[in-house]
Design a protein around this ligand. Sequence first.
Ligand code: NI
Length: 276
Amino acid sequence: MTTTSIAASYERDGFVSPIELLSEAEAVALRADLEAGEAELADQPDKLALLRGNLPQILPSFAALVRQPRLIDMVSQVLGPDLLVWGTNTFIKEPRTPNHLSWHQDLTYWGLDDEQELTAWVALSPATTASGCMRFVAGSHARPIVPHVDTFAQNNMLTRGQEIAVDVDEAEATDVELRPGQCSMHHGHLFHASGPNSSDDRRIGIAVRYITPAMAMQGGERPLASLVSGEDRYGHFELMPPPAGRLQEADFARVRRHQAIMRPILFQGADESKRG
Ligand code: NI
């Protein structure tokens, strides 16, 4: 896909997929680095969660991924040349498990004050209908944030099991299948969901949340973010450097501090006692 068609397709549909980003060998190497980190931290659940939630701040290989020139070029077609990574999530669905994500719009509970955001979702294993790939409703990004309800449903991987409270027509949804190394990009207002993994492999994807530096937190908080392209003329976030090395103590401490700032924002107004 050319960069022109990427921008046009994103504007029309609210997403672009599939995009060729990495070779299969590069995707395999990233997965191996992640899984080596998981093995090294297997008996330290706190650090394991920090690793999965902040891969580009803990592993240099993922710091390079979010700065990959081709990826930056594609994201810049939509958001312009100045880019921050506001956060990342690693969505791992273990083989034959019921974990899923209900229909939602990403920007509902993130506390950001505008919509100059997009997610690049990079597949590190096959994302297929059987393994629980994402499903997108084309054109739904043109809607404002619609009401969501907190379900705290078991096996829902979202922070509060949030679910769009209006009817979503399943027939209008597109399954976004990706081979390892391919990625998709989607708008923060796009209706999307994903099903359980009925395959025999782990379904692993990293969701990279890019924003423009003009974006700010509604409450005036100043969480940490990474400048990955161009300049930040706003100072709405505390900029953090790439990781000093692999699984470094100082890098864990930094993302721990970031998560302490973000947690009350992500759960604002939720009844946390309902969490299972
Ligand atoms: Ni989402």
